[in-house]
Design a protein around this ligand. Sequence first.
Ligand code: XMP
Length: 321
Amino acid sequence: TWTSSSIVDDQVSRIRAQVGDKRVLCALSGGVDSAVAAALVQRAIGDQLTCCFIDHGLLRKGEAEQVKHDFVQITGVDLVVADESERFLSALAGVSEPEAKRKIIGREFIRSFEDVARQIAGDKGIDFLVQGTLYPDVVESGGGDGAANIKSHHNVGGLPDDLQFTLIEPLRALFKDEVRAVGAELGLPDSMVWRQPFPGPGLGIRIVGEITQDRLDLLREADAIAREELTAAGLDREVWQMPVVLLADVHSVGVQGDGRTYGHPIVLRPVSSEDAMTADWSRLPYDLLEKISTRITNQCPEVNRVVLDVTSKPPATIEWE
Ligand code: XMP
């Protein structure tokens, strides 16, 4: 059986053998998986590794700053930050179909990594790219044995065909709990190891409909309120994750002040899970739900309704897209 220390030893020697003295680029997302993958590769090859963080403009409030400061402070890793929000937003303009969004985001990520690689290493480029792909990402993207394509995860099914990099995916055989154990083994702090999952395509797959700057700003605000209240209630660890979704293509009638409104619903999707392959909806306390609902409708005038998703996975998936 595997232990986290045997996984670390095994992966460290594999990565050294694969990479030799070449340089490696690692894509950080702010989440657990890419942080653990980066720490593992750093253990294997030290300063041959450069990390890069692409700000695709689909992040939650405070996320870019968190990666820039926290991760670098903890690991001392060499980090390049690229603001690519214009590139992603214009590539996504007018697109509302979920698989199309995922493919575009996957492609633009890779194009951004290629630009960063050129910026660091010139024409020589960089041969290897590290991604924090997990086993469930592979299965749900249709990469497992006989598995159907449920959705193309941005780092598996969403990659372009003309990929210039050789991928290093040291977590590809692991489930989330194993990744967390490996992270702890590598000395990453609890605040990083126990972070709730957040998908690489970010808020882009939490806006049902077209992605626009205004909609992103609105969702970012609602999401920040929901996360703040969940944390204040001490339920961060108990709840696996809580997607906050903007139904941008749906309008409903409301009344605010003394006038009729015709606004958008926000969906709360708190779930409990072991590995994200299956999930149950979380029975959050009513007073917490009430607080979140009141704050969102008060602070986001475009939202006149907050609804709770009470579906397990299956039949629904965790994310709405
Ligand atoms: P679903 O919606 O398929 O999500 O039940 C399962 C888990 O995967 C996350 N997720 C993603 N993570 N890239 C990622 O890195 C993606 O494209 C992606 N799509 C979904 C989701 O947040 C949940 O934890």
